[in-house]
Design a protein around this ligand. Structure first.
Ligand code: GLN
Length: 542
C-alpha cells in the first residue's frame, strides 16, 4: 500500500523544504521503506531548462533526461533513488497536457476548467508510477498564499480526501523568526500560515518550524494550541552546520516516529542512521583542508552550482578533508595578469556554462592550471574550454573556438547535429527550439585502457548524465593527440569525445558530462574523490 505525504511551505520561501523532504525520505528509508520523492512547481515554465540559473538555481538532470528542479538533486543525494522525468511537474507542463487534450477533443465538449480538469491532471501526476514505493513524498513548491499554488493545494486536498487519512498526511514547514528586541521567537507568522492552509481545507498534521535556534518549550506549546496539532508534532528545524545533519536532528525529535504513528505503523526498533553520523562526523572533524577555485559564470548564486558544491564536499568526505570553495567569476581573468590570483589554490574547476561571456577568462584559468601543474577538472563547458586552450597553445591552432560564440575558422567545438540515443538517431539544427532539446540524460561512454580515468572508474564502460548542445569535434582528435591530449573516453560508436586528459600533468581531466549529478555523501563520485586527492597531494607539496 502506497502512502502519500504532502509537504507545503509557509511564511517565506527558501526555508529548505527540499532538504526537509529529502531528510524524511532518508529516515523512512532507514526504517526499511521504499520511498520516492516528487516536486510540484507552480511556475509556468514547462520545466526549468530554459531558466537562468541565477534566478532559479541549478537545473538538475535525471537519468532519463528530464531537466528538473534542483530539489530533485537533494532527493537523490539523501536517498540514492534515481529521480525520473515523472517526479517533477510544473503548472506549465500540466496546462500543456490539459490544452493538448482539449485540442484532441478528449473532454467531449466540456468547458475546460481549473477544477476539475487541471486538478485532475495534477492528481494523475501525483498518483502515477507509484507501484514500487511504500511512500510518495510530494513537495509543493512556492509558499502557501501564492496565487499560483492554489490549484496544487486544491489537488492535494482532494487527493488526500480520496485516499483517506490512513494513506495521506500533510506536513507544513514554516519559519519562527527570532526578534532580538523582544528576546523571543515569534509564532504569529506560523499561526497565520497554518490558517491560510486551513482556508483551503488543509489541516497540517505535523509542523516543521525553521528557526536559527531550537524552539523553546513554551513556543512549542503555543504553536500546538493555536495550530491544532499535538505538541510532539511541532518539530524544531534549527539551523545546522551541514545539511546532512538534518535527518539526525529530525530523528532526535521523533519526526519519523510521528509520521509512522500517523499511518498506524509500529516503530519498535530504532532505524540505522550510522551512515549519517559517519558523514556528519567526517565533515565536522576534517584532517586538513584544500581550496578549490570554481571559475564560472553564475558565481553570485551558490544554488546555481548546487550539485557541484555538494560533490566537491563528498570528495572531501572521501579524503577526510574540508573543501573550501572559492567562487570566482571568470570574467575577471580577462584582465592581464589577473589569473595569478589562482596561485594559492590547490585545484581549479571550470564547471558547466553557456554563452561567450567570460569564456576567455575560463580559457586563461585552464592555461594557468596546465602550466602551473595545478589539478584541473573541466566539466562540460569546462572540458570544451580545456580543448580550446590546448588546441590554441599546444597544437598550433590559434583560432580554435566554439560555434556557440559565432562563426569561427577552427570550430574545435561545434553544434551537435546528430547523435544516437539507444536505437534512435537524434537530430537538431540551429533553428530547433531551446527547451528540452539538448543532449540530455544518461549516455554510455567507453574508457581507454591505461588512462587515468580508466584507473579512477575501475571499469571500461560507464554511464553519465549529459546536458549540452555542443561537442568537441572528433575530426580534431589527431591534432589534439599530437599535442599530448588523450581522448580517454568516447561514445560507444566512437563519434563523440566524452573525456580528455593530459598524461603529462598531475591531474588534468575534462568530461563532457556532469558527474556531480550522481555523487552522494555516502557514495562520493570517483572523479571528485580523485580530484580532491590530487588537490590534497598538491597542498602537501607547496
Ligand atoms: N554551452 C555548452 C554546450 O551547450 C556547455 C553546456 C554545459 O556546460 N552544460 O555544449
Amino acid at each position: 500500500m502506497t502512502r502519500f505525504v504532502f509537504i507545503t511551505g509557509g511564511v517565506v520561501s527558501s526555508l529548505g523544504k527540499g532538504i526537509s523532504s529529502a531528510s524524511l525520505g532518508a529516515l523512512l528509508q532507514a526504517r526499511g521503506f521504499k520511498v520516492r520523492l516528487r516536486k510540484l512547481d507552480p511556475y509556468l515554465n514547462v520545466d526549468p531548462g530554459t531558466m537562468n540559473p541565477i534566478q532559479h538555481g541549478e537545473v538538475y538532470v535525471t537519468e532519463d533526461g528530464a531537466e528538473t528542479d534542483l530539489d530533485l538533486g537533494h532527493y537523490e543525494r539523501f536517498t540514492g533513488v534515481p529521480a525520473r522525468q515523472g517526479d517533477n511537474v510544473t503548472t506549465g507542463r500540466i496546462y500543456s497536457t490539459v490544452l493538448s487534450r482539449e485540442r484532441h477533443g478528449d473532454y467531449l465538449g466540456a468547458t475546460v476548467q481549473v477544477i476539475p480538469h487541471v486538478t485532475d491532471a495534477i492528481k494523475e501526476f501525483i498518483g502515477s508510477n507509484t507501484e514500487d514505493s511504500d511512500f510518495i513524498l510530494c513537495e509543493i513548491g512556492g509558499t502557501v498564499g501564492d496565487i499560483e499554488s492554489l490549484p496544487f493545494l486544491e489537488a492535494i486536498r482532494q487527493k488526500a480526501n480520496e485516499l483517506g487519512r490512513e494513506r495521506s498526511m500533510f506536513i507544513h514547514l514554516t519559519l519562527l523568526p527570532h526578534l532580538s528586541a523582544a528576546g523571543e521567537v515569534k509564532t504569529k507568522p506560523t499561526q497565520h500560515s497554518v490558517k491560510e492552509l486551513q482556508s483551503v481545507g488543509i489541516q497540517a498534521d505535523i509542523l516543521l518550524c525553521r528557526s536559527d535556534r531550537t524552539i523553546p518549550a513554551d513556543a512549542r506549546r503555543k504553536i500546538a494550541l493555536f495550530c491544532n496539532v499535538a505538541p510532539e508534532r511541532v518539530i524544531s528545524a534549527p539551523d545546522v552546520g551541514t545539511i546532512y545533519e538534518v535527518p539526525l536532528v529530525y530523528h532526535e525529535q521523533d519526526f519519523d516516529v510521528e509520521v509512522c504513528k500517523h499511518f498506524g505503523i509500529e516503530t519498535v526498533s530504532e532505524p540505522d542512521l550510522s551512515r549519517w553520523t559517519q558523514i556528519v562526523d567526517s565533515i565536522k572533524q576534517p584532517e586538513g583542508k584544500v581550496t578549490i577555485a570554481v571559475v564560472g559564470k553564475y558565481t553570485e548564486l551558490p544554488d546555481a552550482y548546487k550539485s557541484l558544491a555538494e560533490a566537491l564536499g563528498h570528495g572531501g568526505i572521501a579524503n577526510s578533508v574540508g573543501v573550501e570553495m572559492r567562487w570566482i567569476d571568470s570574467e575577471i581573468f580577462e584582465q592581464d595578469g589577473a589569473v595569478q590570483r589562482l596561485e594559492d589554490v590547490d585545484g581549479i574547476l571550470v564547471p558547466g556554462g553557456f554563452g561567450e561571456r567570460g569564456s576567455e577568462g575560463k580559457v586563461a584559468a585552464v592555461q594557468f592550471a596546465r602550466e602551473h601543474q595545478v589539478p584541473y577538472f573541466g566539466i562540460c563547458f569546462g572540458m570544451q574550454m580545456a580543448v580550446i586552450e590546448v588546441c590554441r597553445n599546444l597544437a598550433g591552432v590559434p583560432n580554435a573556438g566554439s560555434t556557440e560564440f559565432g562563426e569561427t575558422s577552427d570550430a574545435v567545438v561545434g553544434l551537435l547535429t546528430e547523435w544516437r540515443k539507444g536505437d534512435v538517431v537524434e537530430q537538431r539544427d540551429a533553428d530547433t527550439d531551446l527547451g528540452g532539446t539538448m543532449r540530455l540524460g544518461a549516455y554510455p561512454c567507453r574508457l581507454k585502457e591505461g588512462t587515468l580515468v580508466h584507473q579512477i572508474y575501475g571499469s571500461e564502460m560507464i554511464e553519465e548524465r549529459h546536458r549540452h548542445r555542443y561537442e568537441v569535434n572528433i575530426n580534431y582528435a589527431d591534432t589534439l593527440e599530437s599535442a599530448g591530449l588523450v581522448m580517454s573516453g568516447v561514445s560507444p560508436d566512437g563519434e563523440l569525445p566524452e573525456i580528455i586528459e593530459l598524461p603529462e600533468h598531475p591531474w588534468f581531466i575534462g568530461v563532457q558530462f556532469h558527474p556531480e549529478l550522481k555523487s552522494k555523501p555516502f557514495d562520493p563520485h570517483p572523479l571528485f574523490t580523485s580530484f580532491i586527492k590530487a588537490a590534497v597531494d598538491r597542498s602537501r607539496l607547496v
